[in-house]
Design a binder for this molecule. Structure first.
Ligand SMILES: Cc1cc2nc3c(=O)[nH]c(=O)nc-3n(C[C@H](O)[C@H](O)[C@H](O)COP(=O)(O)OP(=O)(O)OC[C@H]3O[C@@H](n4cnc5c(N)ncnc54)[C@H](O)[C@@H]3O)c2cc1C
Length: 429
């Protein structure tokens, strides 16, 4: 259903990942004449190959690790959850320093409050879009399990789970090793136990869900176009992009290009501290089934049952977005998964690689561009863009339409980076 209050208003949304597709959807719902532009079909980049979890539990974003032991493990390449490319570290250092600064307890807490205010809406916003797009069947309730090899790691994670339950009301159940073995009989050996986050949804085809939302957008009167976002330029009182079939003009343009957002913003004179945490996946044959997706916490290995086999996804790799792929982390992840599950041959010719679009304060950049009227931003969703797309898409559309926003948008205002000195962050508590 289209609200229709904004008759005559027009928008170009650049980038048809989960974030851009949801932004275009919500603008169309408010009566905007919307063109959603991508160089590829919708949902074929980062939103294609992720773990497909709609993470209701992810109320506290991934902070820079502060534990000396963990940092040493990462630095010496001993763990598998985080990897880095040495020659890219000088380029990444300024962003990582600000990421570290924002992860200190006094700064991290208000960031969590701002993050939770978005995450708490993720299930309802996905459900609303999925119902209209006839895609409810693509989302599976039942949550996912964080599994542990050691009691020590489980104990640390239980502190976090307790905080998430007590402060934010997100439920979980605790499984000891024997109960986990009963619930997941395909596991080949008994582990220390698991935290079962019961409220998230799992989507076995994340790119498929974005495509279903894009079809719903088209069915509601939106237009999909192929084109290069880097052709964006001011035109009259609005904006113009050159698509494959000619020029596209609108009063408003919204940049939702995820990890590529800087490529359009730099020529316009904006320098956002955008960096990426890359990740890989590969499908393998599994002799058996899993009741829910599972993350082996100590090693950062996610195992997601899908109709195309078991999807094994990696944690974070700090590297430049375009640096050549490094297969070590995914190869190790498959080897680690093989110690737990009866895994057969790889089903993909090569690993898939994606890039989580990150900002050093762990919050997206969402709001108007200070020096360019009619230009809006919605990018930088890091580890949870698949979860948050429908939430920030709605918030962005409400702001553009001049409606009362359903979430206080101030913490996500892109202007905070102009105001920041040495990573000082202006976040409402
Ligand atoms: C291994 C891995 C696992 C993850 N697991 C989860 C998870 O379980 N849950 C979760 O919530 N998140 C997860 N994430 C994070 C999530 O995938 C991202 O945050 C999210 O996909 C970002 O969405 P986006 O729309 O901003 O970017 P994208 O999906 O990358 O969309 C950007 C779009 O811009 C287009 N584009 C780029 N340049 C141009 C151009 N010049 N012209 C036109 N179009 C252009 C691209 O084609 C693309 O379609 C995971 C990420 C990884 C890597």
């Amino acid at each position: 259903m289209v609200h229709g209050q904004a008759k005559g208003r027009s928008a170009i949304v650049l980038g048809a990942g989960m974030v851009g597709t949801a932004t275009a959807w919500h603008l169309r719902q408010r009566g905007f004449d919307v063109v959603l532009v991508d160089r590829r079909v919708p949902g074929n980049e980062t939103s294609f190959g992720n773990a497909g979890l709609i993470q209701r539990e992810a109320v506290m974003p991934y902070a820079f690790p502060m534990d000396a032991g963990r940092l040493a493990r990462i630095a010496f390449g001993m763990g598998n959850d985080t990897a880095w490319r040495a020659r890219d570290l000088p380029t990444l250092a300024p962003m990582l320093a600000r990421y570290f600064w924002n992860s200190l307890p006094g700064r991290y807490d208000p960031i969590c409050m701002a993050y939770e205010r978005m995450v708490r809406h993720c299930l309802a916003e996905h459900q609303a879009m999925a119902a209209q797009a006839n895609a409810t069947g693509m989302m599976r309730a039942g949550g996912w399990k964080q599994i542990f090899q050691s009691q020590a790691a489980m104990k640390t994670a239980l502190h976090h789970a307790k905080e998430v339950a007590e402060r934010f009301g997100v439920p979980h159940t605790v499984l000891d090793g024997a109960t986990l073995a009963r619930e997941e009989p395909t596991l080949q050996r008994q582990l220390a136990g698991a935290i079962h986050w019961t409220s998230p949804f799992a989507v076995s085809d994340p790119g498929g869900l974005v495509k279903a939302y894009a079809r719903g957008f088209e069915a509601a009167g939106g237009t999909l176009a192929t084109g290069d976002a880097q052709t964006l330029r001011p035109h009259g009182a609005g904006w113009r992009v050159t698509g494959e079939d000619g020029d596209l003009d609108a009063e408003t343009a919204v940049i939702c290009l995820g990890p590529w957002s800087d490529m359009v913003l730099r020529p316009l004179g904006y320098r956002f501290p955008l960096f990426v945490k890359r990740g890989y996946h590969m499908h393998v044959a599994l002799d058996g089934a899993l009741a829910t997706p599972m993350l082996l916490t100590e090693q950062g290995v996610t195992m997601i049952p899908t109709p195309s086999g078991l999807r094994i996804a990696t944690g974070a790799e700090f590297a430049r977005r375009e640096a050549p792929a490094a297969t070590r982390q995914i190869t190790r992840s498959i080897a680690i998964a093989r110690t737990l599950l009866p895994i057969g041959k790889p089903l993909d010719a090569a690993p898939w690689r994606g890039a989580r679009p990150c900002l050093p304060d762990m919050l997206p950049a969402l709001g108007p561009c200070a020096r360019h009227p009619g230009l809006w931003l919605n990018f930088g969703h890091a580890h949870q863009g698949f979860t948050l797309g429908p939430v920030t898409g709605r918030l962005c559309a409400e702001l553009i339409a001049g409606e009362a926003p359903f979430i206080d948008p101030m913490p996500y205002d892109p202007g905070r980076f102009d105001r920041q000195r040495l990573g000082v962050l202006n976040v409402a508590t």
